[in-house]
Design a binder for this molecule. Structure first.
Ligand SMILES: Cc1cc2nc3c(=O)[nH]c(=O)nc-3n(C[C@H](O)[C@H](O)[C@H](O)COP(=O)(O)O)c2cc1C
Length: 196
């Protein structure tokens, strides 16, 4: 059975458009997948000095306390390696990603584990796989200069080796709520057709 990692970063639940569209996308592209849900609204630790110290200590030299410090991050990293497909809900919050998604990124970017430095520059260590990013916004058009969220996330994923990224816009939802949602659903359904 294929494995799908679903990452939700909206603080909202029932009214969240990115969650609704992730449901829709997953039921179309991978209805039988074994889905792991990483719901960042449940909380994600922020980096601290001691977390950084543990990350930068070679694995063999880590203390029990340092291993415990990295336990959450290790699980989040393993989820990225294990998945065959990844779906990420990315609302635009104040021109960037939700803080919870940034906190997740700070935890999973680990030199020697998810990326490494080489003489020719950094290299991602996560095997490439399809990633679908559903970007919601109230007013900012996805792909415009004000959309720093999509640019940041695609750059970050590429840094880890994930370059097969499809961005699905569900934007300007406050401008024409019904029309914008209908258009976004159409984009989700087009992904399903393209993958079929
Ligand atoms: C804290 C917060 C900040 C937001 N900032 C922006 C923004 O900078 N630009 C924008 O176009 N929409 C902004 N919005 C609107 C959201 O992107 C929009 O409501 C989107 O649907 C949220 O995703 P969700 O429906 O999955 O919760 C913001 C919403 C919230 C709650």
């Amino acid at each position: 059975m294929s494995k799908l990692l679903r990452i939700d970063s909206s603080a909202r639940t029932a009214d969240s458009v990115s969650r609704q569209l992730s449901d829709r996308l997953i039921s179309r592209i991978a209805p039988d997948a074994d889905v792991t849900v990483r719901n960042l609204a449940d909380g994600i630790p922020l980096l601290s000095e001691s977390t950084l110290g543990a990350m930068w200590t070679p694995e063999a030299d880590r203390t029990d306390a340092q291993n415990a410090e990295l336990a959450d991050a290790n699980i989040a990293i393993q989820e990225l390696f294990d998945a065959d497909t990844i779906v990420i809900g990315l609302p635009i919050y104040n021109f960037g990603p939700p803080a919870a998604l940034k906190a997740w990124a700070d935890l999973v970017a680990r030199a020697g584990t998810t990326f490494q430095y080489t003489p020719t520059g950094p290299e991602g260590l996560i095997p490439n796989k399809p990633v679908y990013v559903i970007v919601t916004s109230g007013g900012v058009p996805v792909g415009s200069p004000m959309d720093l969220s999509s640019t940041w996330l695609t750059t970050f994923l590429g840094f880890l080796g994930l370059t097969d990224v499809t961005v699905i816009a569900a934007d300007q939802l406050n401008v024409d709520p019904e029309g914008a949602l209908t258009a976004a659903k159409g984009r989700v359904d087009a992904v399903q057709l393209a993958a079929a």
